[in-house]
Design a protein. Sequence first.
Length: 208
Amino acid sequence: MVLILLGAPGSGKGTQAAMIGKSLNVPIISTGDILRAAIREQTDIGVKAKAYVDAGKLVPDEIVAEALRQRLEGGDCAGGYILDGFPRTIPQAELLEDLGISPEIALSIEVPDSDIEERMAGRRVCSCGAVFHVKHKPSKQEGVCDACGSGLIRRADDNPETVRERLRVYHEQSEPLKGFYERLNRLRCVAGTGGLEDINRRIMDALA
């Protein structure tokens, strides 16, 4: 199965991608990870990408898509994969189609903006990677990580003003992808509210 997950920032795509990947035994393919690896290994694509990164510019879609195409030639992708972080816009989706990278299913995780704002405002993270929520998953001691004992912080991009701006950009640039894949008869939508296991159960039912 070739799958892409759609949804606003904070809708739980990353968490659900990990759960789906484990259930289906397919890799999660992140364009960010691919580009960082290419830059680190100084491949042809990496050298091109680094020039844009060093200049503080976005890496062009064509370079990202070519890096993705090369990664998908890996043997671990033969049985399917989940795309993470690309496409984010209709031109990017069209570029993938032109390259023959066609997801069978575009799964949209639907969460109201108000719920996302509440989720992200209450999220607290630790430098060790642990994530908590002041309401839904509080640490045993307020402000202290259960895993390593370090202090918890709220990420800068979880500030309410930043969250609202990210949601605005999502609705303007990325949400139209739902219409794009609906026209190709590949769109499936699931409610992304409730417990993680409940959401995952809905997703697996939608993929069946």
